[in-house]
Design a protein around this ligand. Structure first.
Ligand code: G1P
Length: 308
């Protein structure tokens, strides 16, 4: 049974998680293991996203997957035999870990059978929404945005300004062409102090010379339901794909309010080893059980490396 929207603390019922990508930046590991299941210490990235979605107050996670990536959904199932064995052996800690994912949120599979782009993937989620939902959150599982909680701030901004709200980070010049980049308008001084900006344009993966700013979309979106109509009206864009950015740009051009929350914390890209390994180290160092050992080992490895 689905709870009505009034029972959702941030008025967001569904988080959409596009997870159909081929994981080419993480081959060969991703030949058989979806990148969303690679562990951050011991917990798959997709479970961290489910926790973030539940903390936002959402009760449904629509996972957009490709036909060969169904293992992602399985992670949220129950495992009766494994659970019974752990229970019989008194391994309550591990039992908790096995059960944690399934308790977080109700997962709903949405299949994307062709890689037509992020915009296409998000558009497919419309089919699972209830009539009382006027906003969705989109969380890209490659992006780990720390500390957690940026979407709660974004929900506050939507409550104040309406429309759609995105998370942004400042990126270096040589990185702007990897992201959706924002063009900014004016806003009141108080909002500006709080890291909120009004957006008057957005462009996907621009050349540096064409980039309207260095503020990039970083994988967290609160999108008004109007996005689905816009997604139906865009043509393929950067990379020949249907881009979410282009649908947002279309809404802006039609007067739909779009704001960003500038995130001052960290952001890890779990989709490639160079971002994934620092993320594992970040969580590993803070892990209650493994932290002290990882710290010692990391210091040794660094010292040896520097002496080489
Ligand atoms: C996607 C979006 C882009 C955004 C980025 C954040 O790009 O299209 O606008 O800035 O995620 O990680 P991708 O990383 O899929 O190329």
């Amino acid at each position: 049974m689905n709870l009505p929207i009034s029972e959702h603390i941030n008025a967001v019922k569904t988080v959409v998680v596009p997870a159909a990508g081929m994981g080419t930046r993480f081959l060969p590991a991703t030949k058989t293991v979806p990148k969303e299941l690679l562990p951050v210490v011991d917990t798959p990235g997709i479970e961290l996203i489910a926790k973030e979605a539940a903390d936002l107050g959402a009760t449904r996670m629509a996972i957009i997957t490709a036909p060969n990536k169904q293992g992602i959904l399985k992670h949220f199932d129950s495992f009766p035999e494994l659970e019974a064995t752990l229970e019989a052996r008194g391994k309550t800690g591990q039992l908790e870990k096995v059960r944690a994912a399934g308790k977080l949120i109700n997962t709903v599979p949405v299949e994307q059978d062709q890689p037509l782009g992020l915009g296409h993937a998000v558009g497919l989620a419309e089919a699972v929404l209830d009539d009382d939902e006027d906003v969705i959150a989109v969380m890209l599982p490659d992006d780990l945005v720390l500390p957690f909680g940026v979407t709660e701030r974004m929900a506050e901004v939507r409550a104040k300004f309406g429309g759609s709200v995105l998370a942004a980070i400042e990126v270096a010049e040589d990185e702007v062409s990897n992201y959706g980049i924002f063009e900014l308008g004016d806003i009141d001084a108080e909002s500006e102090k709080e890291g909120i900006r009004r957006v008057v344009g957005m462009v996907e993966k621009p050349a540096l010379a064409d980039a309207p700013s260095h503020l990039a979309a970083t994988g967290r979106y609160l999108l008004d339901r109007a996005i689905f109509d816009a997604l139906r009206r865009i043509a393929p864009g950067a990379g020949g794909e249907l881009q979410l950015t282009d649908a947002i740009a279309l809404l802006i051009s039609e007067g739909h309010p779009v704001h960003i929350v500038i995130h001052e914390g960290k952001r890890h890209d779990l989709g490639n080893p160079a971002g994934y390994i620092p993320a594992v180290l970040y969580f590993g160092l803070r892990h209650e059980e493994y932290g002290p050992h990882i710290l010692r080992a990391a210091k040794e490895i660094l010292a040896e490396f520097e002496a080489e």
